[in-house]
Design a protein around this ligand. Structure first.
Ligand code: GLV
Ligand code: MN
Ligand code: MN
Length: 412
């Protein structure tokens, strides 16, 4: 049975979805549970219904679109990703896995394939941490990696809780019902753009992921003393932004000297209060993101940053409060799913390489309840989380074809 991916349909759907955005094209901004996100979800649900899939939505808004197999009671084979996008993002991050997953199912349907196991396409809620500060909200809850109680404590910038926001977006039911047991899925696969430059540099069209690096993030709240920019002399200052600056550079230096280029650290948010040209900053909020493939090295960098907080606070007469958001373990992909993906590549004569995912993904959490693996396609210059993110139609089609082939093997 010949598998054919409809390139024209898939690419035009990616383009169409990119226009449901709060940023001007080509940039995409789609923050979870905003009216724009809800419009995008409604658009996606229509596409699933057109494909004859049975749709369920859980209390956090994860969407499950199911193609029932002959043995519909057996654990399903699942694939999926996310469609939320950080501010000023591109159109492929997450979307390729969701719409590629849908196209893979349609290609299988059109080939005449009659699956034994059901195939489920999952759209995960809030893979991006933009609104609630923590990434992979849907897959964390689904896999039991975040408890419903812990989730209920999360708030957005306006102080609205997850409970308020999800309910007013139309997602009712108890958060406790989101968790699925281990064994619920036979396997989970995620197609994604690489978000790094390696595949393009090596001119290899496909990457099969065998490990996902360990992410962590925390918030730092620095409090000094404000005052008049003219009146307070330099020896008398306790400038919170100067303390934050020193800390940011210390974090960069410590990541650079960890002994491995696998260590990365980013301070992506710096909010200064009161934020006036003639006022000494009294408070600063920083968000820090630290990742590594090696859990011990990641944790030892977190400990070093903690020591710097104490040293800089003492030296500058400020206080620094830390709030951990997440410190997750890395994940190993399931060797047998990695092998099935490899066989699919071989079957279609497509070269591939094995690689590490340095970005985190819903797969990191799905791997805790199901044998999981990821398939990467190249993205131009490794650009991601920016409007000029680009994956070629040919690469997207190749990834979708291998995904379809692998779903076929796993659901047979
Ligand atoms: C996912 O978006 C990540 O930050 O790795
Ligand atoms: Mn992303
Ligand atoms: Mn993503």
């Amino acid at each position: 049975m010949n598998l054919e991916v409809d390139k024209q349909r898939l690419i035009s759907e990616i383009e169409e979805l990119s226009l449901i955005s709060d940023a001007e094209a080509p940039a995409v901004t789609r923050i979870v549970f905003t009216p724009t996100d809800l419009r995008a979800r409604a658009w996606f649900l229509e596409r699933c219904k057109e494909a004859g899939l049975a749709v369920r939505q859980d209390a956090i808004g994860n969407i499950f679109a199911r193609w029932n197999g002959q043995n519909s009671d057996a654990p399903a084979v699942a694939t999926g990703s996310h469609i939320d996008a950080i501010p000023n993002a591109g159109k492929y991050d997450g979307v390729v896995g969701v719409l590629g997953g849908l196209e893979a199912i349609r290609a299988l349907q059109q080939s005449g394939f009659n699956p034994k196991r059901s195939i489920e396409l999952i759209l995960f809620t809030s893979e991006e941490p933009t609104r609630f500060g923590i990434g992979c909200l849907g897959s964390r809850l689904l896999s039991g990696s975040l408890s419903a109680d812990a989730a209920k404590k999360l708030k957005d910038k306006e102080g609205a809780t997850i409970e308020q926001v999800r309910r007013s977006a139309g997602f009712q039911g108890k958060l406790e019902t989101v968790k699925l047991p281990a064994g619920h899925y036979q396997a989970f696969l995620e197609l994604h753009i690489e978000q790094g430059p390696l595949l393009e540099q090596k001119q290899i069209p496909l990457g099969i992921v065998n490990q996902i690096a360990a992410p962590s993030s925390f918030q730092l709240f620095i409090e000094g003393a404000g005052g008049h920019a003219g009146g307070v002399l330099m020896p008398d200052r306790r400038d919170a932004l100067c303390a934050a600056s020193e800390l940011i550079l210390a974090i960069e230096q410590q990541a650079k000297t960890s002994g491995s280029t696998d260590t990365v650290a980013t301070v992506g948010i710096c909010e200064v209060f009161p934020g006036a040209v003639n006022s000494i900053p009294s408070r600063v909020h920083l968000s820090v993101d630290i990742r590594d493939t090696d859990l011990q090295r990641r944790d030892s960098l977190i400990a070093t940053v903690d020591a710097s907080c104490h040293a800089i606070a003492a030296k500058r007469g400020v206080t620094i409060r830390q709030e951990l958001v997440n410190a997750d373990a890395p994940a190993d992909c399931a060797p047998d799913i990695v092998e099935t993906l490899s066989e699919s590549c071989r079957k279609h004569g497509l070269p591939f390489t094995n690689m590490v995912s340095r970005a985190y993904h819903d797969s990191l959490f799905m791997s805790r309840i199901a044998p999981t693996a990821m398939l990467f396609i190249p993205c131009h210059n490794g650009y991601s989380h920016r409007p000029d993110e680009y994956a070629s139609p040919e690469d997207i089609v190749r990834g979708t074809l291998v995904l379809a082939e692998t779903l076929r093997s796993l659901a047979s």
